[in-house]
Write a protein that binds this ligand. Structure first.
Ligand code: GUN
Length: 297
C-alpha cells in the first residue's frame, strides 16, 4: 500500500505548536511580526502572499503587508526593505519572488537584514546553512524534512535524488540532506533539466524530490518500487476535460503512486508545509531578536 503523505495534517500540527510559541512570545511582551512585500501584479504571487498573511493571523503573528508598484524604480523597493529592517515591530521580512526584471534580485536578498531573512536566502544565511550552522532553513526544503520525519522516512544512508537546482529549493534541499543531522546523512545526487539519462538516477533512488518546475516530468517508470516521492512542483495546466485549468506537480501522480512506497499529492503535500515553515522561521526570528526562548517544533 502506498502511503499518501498528508501535508495538510502535518502542517496543521506544526501550526498548533507555533501558536504555542507565539503565546510564549506574547507572554514575554513580544508580538511577533512578519512583513510581506509584493512588487508584482502576477495573480499567483498575489494569492501566495495573501495566504501567508492569513496563516499569520491564524497563529497570532502580526502580519504587515506592503505593496510596491511593479513599475516603480527599484530604489523604492530597496527603501521599503530598509524601513522594515529598522522597524522593531517587524521580526521577519519576505519579499515575494520573482521581482520585476528591472529590479536586481540579488540586491533585494542582500538588502534584507540576515536576522529578519525568514526565507533564508541572504548570502550570510546561505553560507551558514552550507556550513551546517543554519539560522533559517529555507521554508520548502525545511518543510520536506518535516514531512520525512513525520512519516519515519529514513534518510541516513539513503540514496536521495533531488531533481532541480534552484536557489529556493534544489540547492538548499541537497545541502540539508547531506548534513550530519537528523533527516540528513543521505547520499545525494542533484539532477536537473539538462541531466543525461535522468531515469538512471531516479530509478536507483530511495527518495526522489522533484523540484524542476516542469509539469508531470517524472512518471512511475522512473521510480524504484517502494521509493518515497516528494513532489515540490506546482504547475497550472489546462484541465484534461478542456474546462479551465488545474494544478499538477512535477510528478505524474497516478503512475508514480502505483510504484512508490509513499508520495505527496499536489495540492496538499509540500505546499502547506512551506507555509507552516515560514511561520516557524518568523517565531524563531522573533525569539532570537528579543532573547526570548521559544520551543520550536
Ligand atoms: N516565490 C516562490 N517561492 C518563494 C519563496 O519561497 N519565497 C519568496 N520570497 N518568494 C517565492
Amino acid at each position: 500500500m502506498t502511503d499518501v503523505i498528508d501535508g495538510d495534517a502535518v502542517a496543521a500540527d506544526i501550526r498548533t505548536e507555533i501558536a504555542d510559541c507565539v503565546e510564549t512570545l506574547t507572554d514575554a511582551g513580544v508580538e511577533p511580526g512578519l512583513a510581506t512585500v509584493l512588487m508584482s501584479d502576477d495573480p499567483a504571487s498575489e494569492t501566495y502572499v495573501s495566504m501567508k498573511q492569513r496563516d499569520c493571523e491564524e497563529v497570532g503573528i502580526e502580519g504587515i503587508h506592503v505593496e510596491v508598484d511593479p513599475e516603480a524604480p527599484a530604489e523604492e523597493l530597496y527603501a521599503t526593505i530598509d524601513e522594515l529592517n529598522a522597524d522593531d515591530a517587524v521580526h521577519g521580512i519576505l519579499v515575494q519572488l520573482p521581482v520585476p526584471d528591472h529590479v536586481d534580485e540579488r540586491e533585494v536578498l542582500r538588502r534584507i537584514s540576515p536576522a529578519k531573512d525568514v526565507d533564508g536566502f541572504h548570502p550570510e544565511n546561505v553560507g551558514r546553512l552550507v556550513a551546517g550552522n543554519a539560522r533559517f532553513k529555507p521554508c520548502t526544503p525545511h518543510g520536506v524534512l518535516k514531512l520525512l520525519e513525520a512519516y519515519d522516512v529514513e534518510t541516513e544512508g539513503a540514496d536521495a535524488v533531488v531533481v532541480g537546482r534552484s536557489d529556493i529549493v534544489g540547492k538548499p534541499m541537497a545541502n540539508l540532506l547531506i548534513q550530519k543531522a537528523p533527516q540528513g546523512n543521505a547520499t545525494v545526487t542533484v539532477c536537473h533539466s539538462r541531466t543525461d539519462d535522468l531515469t538512471s538516477h531516479t530509478r536507483n533512488a530511495d527518495i526522489v524530490i522533484a523540484a524542476v518546475g516542469i509539469p508531470e516530468f517524472i512518471d512511475g517508470s522512473m521510480i524504484q518500487e517502494g521509493a518515497t516521492v516528494i513532489d515540490v512542483g506546482v504547475n497550472r495546466v489546462e484541465a484534461d476535460d478542456g474546462e479551465g485549468t488545474t494544478l499538477v506537480g512535477d510528478v505524474e501522480y497516478d503512475s508514480a503512486a502505483d510504484v512508490a512506497g509513499a508520495i505527496t499529492p499536489v495540492p496538499g503535500g509540500v505546499g502547506p508545509m512551506t507555509r507552516a515553515m515560514l511561520l516557524y522561521n518568523t517565531v524563531k526570528a522573533a525569539g532570537l531578536q528579543t532573547d526570548v526562548d521559544v520551543e520550536l517544533p
